[in-house]
Design a protein around this ligand. Sequence first.
Ligand SMILES: C[S@@+](CC[C@H](N)C(=O)[O-])C[C@H]1O[C@@H](n2cnc3c(N)ncnc32)[C@H](O)[C@@H]1O
Length: 205
Amino acid sequence: MKEEYISSAKIYDPMLYFALNPIRLTVLEELSQHKDSAILDLCCGTGNQLKLLSKNGFKNLHCLDLSESMLRVAKKGEHSIEIYFEDATKTSFDDDTFDIVMLSFAIHEKNRETQEKMLGEAYRILKENGTILIVDFSFDEKTTKLGRIGIDFIERIAGGEHYLNFKKYIANDGLTSLIKADKFELVKDSRKAFNGVTISTYQKI
Ligand SMILES: C[S@@+](CC[C@H](N)C(=O)[O-])C[C@H]1O[C@@H](n2cnc3c(N)ncnc32)[C@H](O)[C@@H]1O
């Protein structure tokens, strides 16, 4: 895979701190009753979200990514997160391994085939009745103009395939059209970033 994050890995967290921190805190709050659960962050990047969970007493944390630059940042600091260099579309985990699988800002930048494979893999490695937590962009009537413009601006900077995939993702109604109703049932949908980001939890059926 072409390494998209080589130049941005070291500045990713500080650069996006003000945009991402309220979202990270909402995820922490949503998972607060699951401190003993086995949690996997697929496409974890710098591991920023799991580091926050680790600081708040979560013990059974795992994350994977295909970017060595992002994982170098993820390995820094005091934490006990298990970190893997793996492809989220075909992981080495057994079926029914995790209570919770997260995908945070990982779906919108991929083509449709990869998006479907990632969700299929999340489904496979989740335990029965397990939870998938997805954080990603979502544009609808609740999204403010400022939210749309700001998010489009950030994605434009990412550019190339990433931006094209984001545009297609939004045009295709985002998660709503991707999530298969016979596999996952929506439990909760919280909105952030001027209602341009959804933090959605689904239960595996
Ligand atoms: C926008 S970043 C999001 C990082 C993090 N989840 C967050 O919330 O900040 C997307 C991440 O997906 C990773 N990624 C892309 N394709 C992947 C794949 N097939 N398997 C694992 N990670 C992948 C990239 O390396 C990058 O770190």
